[in-house]
Design a protein around this ligand. Structure first.
Ligand SMILES: Nc1ncnc2c1ncn2[C@@H]1O[C@H](COP(=O)(O)OP(=O)(O)OP(=O)(O)O)[C@@H](O)[C@H]1O
Length: 245
């Protein structure tokens, strides 16, 4: 496994109209070498920001982040060659008109021969049960089909680390199960944010993020239980009439 290292990292941004910068992630250090790592927490707690540090999409305001020894700021090309990132919204990732073309585009650097590339794309699409949709416009696909396609396009190039930002939000029960099995069978190191607590329970290590701080780092069952307790506590603080029924 790659060693993912966060050393004295914090993320702050200047927001228009505010005097002081807003802190998205408060100072933290972590070393991650497990195969399956889950990141859970409330909306806006900082999960995506944490994941985006891993491929240089977000740069730390202080401290350093390295993946497999490569610094995500000074060695970003190497990092991006090693880290595959699957976004929550597949349309922000799929750039070609059809799924087949998108997977082939992913493979362009690693497979120079066009026939070989086409065969590899076919086999990747087949693995995700997407072959029958391969030549359809991505705008005609359902959200879940697009989400699987985005995952297939990233996995096609066999990255060392797979980062997934809420990968199951649009998936039906069957495809969620397909995702679970796919993740369980991958050789890659996986780091994933999710609101799906069943998926989180499959992880070897779970981080709970709360208001930009990592408030738990440990086993999945314990992390999920803590997150449930935090949710219950915050609902208890709401005025009665705004609590969900
Ligand atoms: N570039 C930015 N400028 C200002 N605020 C930002 C920026 N990026 C993120 N934020 C804020 O930082 C906080 C954390 O955002 P982030 O997307 O990391 O949360 P999240 O835990 O992934 O949320 P969700 O579960 O809703 O996807 C949010 O309050 C968000 O509005």
């Amino acid at each position: 496994m790659n060693l993912i290292s966060f050393s004295r990292v914090s993320v702050r941004v200047v927001v228009d109209g505010r005097d002081a910068p807003k802190t998205l992630l408060h100072d933290f250090s972590l070393e991650l070498s497990e195969r399956r790592i889950g990141v859970i927490g409330a909306n806006g707690s900082g999960k995506s920001t944490l994941l985006r540090l891993l491929n240089g999409l977000v740069e730390p305001s202080a401290g350093t982040v390295t993946v497999g020894g490569a610094d995500t700021v000074t060695d970003v090309r190497r990092v991006r060659g090693n880290v595959g990132f699957v976004f929550t919204d597949p349309l922000s990732q799929l750039v070609m008109p059809t799924g087949r073309e998108d997977v082939e585009l992913s493979l362009r650097r690693s497979v120079k021969n066009s026939k070989e590339r086409a065969a590899r794309a076919e086999s990747v699409l087949d693995r995700f049960g997407l072959l029958h949709l391969a030549d359809q416009s991505i705008y005609e696909l359902s959200g879940g089909e697009r989400q699987l396609l985005a995952l297939a396009a990233v996995l096609a190039v066999n990255p060392g680390v797979l980062v997934l930002d809420e990968p199951s939000t649009l998936l039906d029960l069957r495809n969620r199960e397909l995702l679970r099995r796919t993740l369980a069978g991958l050789d890659q190191q996986v780091i994933m944010s999710t609101h799906d607590l069943d998926l989180a329970l499959d992880m070897d290590r779970v981080l709970v993020v709360e208001s930009g701080r990592i408030v738990f780092d440990g086993g999945a069952a314990e992390g999920v239980a803590l997150y449930r307790a935090l949710c219950a506590a915050s609902l208890g603080e709401l005025p009665h009439e705004s609590a969900p029924r």
